[in-house]
Design a protein around this ligand. Structure first.
Ligand SMILES: [Zn+2]
Length: 206
């Protein structure tokens, strides 16, 4: 299936339960790929998956894994809260779990690319460094939580493992970088508060 169809299918499943979701759903539905940017279509799809995550009450981050032909091998979004609380279910983890469970002995991983709507956090960067995938591209920089711009602060073992791999911002239109950022912000504060309230509840019950 071509990427436009995959994206449009996801868009039809997103319920416009808030004004923000409605606005970005329409924007992504009508978005025209910008031929100047080779990663535009892939980043567009990660933004749609991010919006889908927001729609079901998760953090707005989406992710896909493609092979060197551009075929989508795995796709997913953040699942920290829904269907149930799982602290490790970042979009990249969801995609890599699905892919690795389905392909216990993959070949040609070095030619695959992983796209994510947000700069990977330390946990995901370390996991991706171990995965065998050599190219990890993100749309929106994450100044406060992203690890790619802080690679030099990795412990030496992980720093060495990450060497020779591409971790960088995707070549997509600035409009999609903006979309990825705004979609994340739709429920970021609300869900961050929920995580903190949950932490307090758990520590009280222990
Ligand atoms: Zn992460």
């Amino acid at each position: 299936m071509i990427i436009q169809d995959v994206g449009q299918q996801h868009l039809t499943r997103i319920q416009p339960t808030t004004e923000g979701i409605r606005t970005w759903r329409t924007y992504l539905k009508e978005y025209q790929f910008n031929k100047k940017y080779p990663d535009d279509a892939y980043v567009w799809l990660t933004c749609i998956l991010a919006l889908e995550a927001v729609g079901v009450g998760n953090f707005g981050v989406g992710c896909i894994l493609i092979n060197n032909q551009g075929d989508i091998l795995a796709q997913g979004h953040n699942k920290i809260f829904h269907p149930y609380f799982r602290s490790d279910r970042h979009a990249e983890m969801v995609v890599m779990d699905d892919f690795e469970d389905a392909h216990p002995e993959p070949s040609g991983l070095g030619a695959y690319s992983l796209y994510t709507s947000l700069e990977p956090c330390p946990m995901c960067l370390v996991r991706l460094s171990t995965s065998g995938i050599n190219k990890i591209l993100f749309a929106a920089p994450d100044v406060s939580g992203g690890m790619v711009h802080r690679m030099n602060n990795l412990p030496p073992f992980w720093f060495e493992l990450a060497q020779g791999k591409i971790f960088s911002q995707a070549q997509c239109s600035p409009d999609l970088v903006h979309a990825a950022t705004q979609i994340l912000l739709l429920n970021l504060n609300e869900l961050t508060t929920e995580v903190k309230v949950r932490q307090r509840k758990v520590s009280v019950s222990i």
